[in-house]
Design a protein around this ligand. Structure first.
Ligand code: NAI
Ligand code: 13P
Length: 370
């Protein structure tokens, strides 16, 4: 099969110039995916020594030890040089720095370029999702904002272990363009137009992965974890649908797929952070040990703020917040404590999720049929 017809898109990506902003574990891995897909990729690193190591040695020893990066991958610590001529600009920085990174980037952006968020957090000070931060910071419409999300543990993908993701944009043709750029032999990108759902899948699974890590740290077994994953998916779906997402997105790669990967893997930083907390380390000690971004810790508070505004009940996420705040012992986290007013709750499952349904069901059970 020649490159022009190969299913991974190498032929279709010939001459496609793209940039990746951020050279941590995900930025570097995603740059490798794009390069292996045949794109002409430049990755921007904040620290010149990391840019130089990627550019010269084709390595990023701090974030991806032992991984050889593609020969053609370029790196720079000069923002203007990174995005010059790039139609697609992938963003892989921490959620709390994205706004400032975009402000720095703005003078160099082409007015046609598409901003693609790979980030799985919300901005703490505003409760905005990353696509909202992009729209709020730059003068770009929804057709220039995209998201890629899925079960994507960086180190596994850097080792070319196969997986998939969803490329999402309100404009389907743009989602398809992003998916084509991000389709390597070991990485398949699907498309949808549900930016809210795709983005929230990545944010919310981190909170459930924290819960899983906590109970793992306590020493609970598979039943507890399976119950938390299942009830967690119901919470994620309820929240996402109330935020405008399509419920089916939560059963796809960006929802259930990422939830499974993150809750199962010791490679997950959120899972690891939860486990340390479950073992009795404080939040500060956990942060010190991690040395890497665990977005869930920052997202708990803003997500619960939004849940309250939307009248959504998120018992597991609330328990995670209490454990992080030190007001609940890790051993008390579990779905058996999630019963509101001791009223047996309906088992709200994926297909049943609709805004307000949980509340209406509870009202009904309490005899309040108004
Ligand atoms: N690592 C993974 O497996 C995956 C991570 N993600 C998401 O990607 C985003 C980035 O995470 P990772 O690369 O994993 O984190 P990381 O902890 O591996 O790297 C963070 C990177 O951000 C840089 N950074 C720190 N402060 C910065 C600032 N002020 N401006 C610009 N860059 C700054 C660091 O130097 C480093 O390069 C997160 O939202 C994460 O949830 C998404 C999918 C997979
Ligand atoms: O998003 C991820 C996997 O899809 C990575 O999860 P962590 O940020 O918990 O490592």
């Amino acid at each position: 099969m020649n490159a022009r017809t190969s299913p991974d898109g190498r032929g279709r990506n010939r001459g496609r110039k793209v940039a990746v902003i951020g050279s941590g574990s995900w930025g570097t891995t995603f740059a490798k995916v794009l390069s292996d897909a045949g794109c002409d990729v430049t990755v921007w690193a904040r620290r010149p020594e990391i840019a130089s190591e990627i550019q010269v040695a084709k390595r990023n020893s701090q974030y991806l030890p032992g991984i050889n990066l593609p020969k053609g991958l370029q790196a720079t610590s000069d923002l203007a040089a990174a995005v010059r001529g790039a139609r697609l600009v992938f963003l892989a920085v921490p959620s709390q720095t994205l706004r400032q990174n975009l402000i720095d980037l703005e003078p160099f952006l082409d007015h046609r370029s598409v901003l693609v968020s790979l980030v799985k957090g919300v901005e703490k000070s505003t409760t905005m999702r990353m696509s909202e931060v992009i729209a709020d910071t730059l003068d770009v419409g929804p057709e220039r904002i995209a998201v890629v999300s899925g079960p994507n543990l960086a180190l596994e993908i850097a080792k070319e272990q196969p997986t998939g993701a969803v490329a999402s944009c309100a404009e389907l043709a743009v989602a398809q363009e992003v998916a084509t750029a991000a389709s390597a032999p070991y990485f398949r990108s699907y498309v949808n137009t549900d930016v809210v759902g795709t983005e929230l899948g990545g944010v919310l699974k981190n909170l459930i992965a924290l819960a899983i890590g906590i109970v793992d740290g306590v020493g609970y077994g598979e039943n507890t974890k399976a119950a938390i994953i299942t009830r967690g998916l119901a919470e994620m779906t309820e929240f996402a649908v109330a935020s405008g997402a399509d419920p089916t997105t939560m059963s796809g790669l960006a929802g259930l797929g990422d939830l499974i990967a993150t809750c199962q893997s010791p490679l997950s930083r959120n899972n690891t952070a939860g486990r340390l907390i479950g073992q009795g380390y404080t939040q500060e000690e956990t942060r010190e040990q991690m040395q890497q971004v665990a977005e869930g810790i920052t997202s708990v508070h803003p997500v619960l703020e939004l849940a309250r505004e939307r009248e959504i009940v998120m018992p597991i996420v609330e328990q995670v917040q209490m454990v992080l705040a030190g007001t609940m012992a890790p051993k008390n986290l579990g779905p058996h404590l999630a019963t509101e007013d001791a009223v047996p709750q309906p088992e709200l499952t994926l297909g049943a999720a609709q805004p307000g349904r949980w509340r209406r069901f509870l009202d009904l059970m309490k005899g309040n049929r108004a």
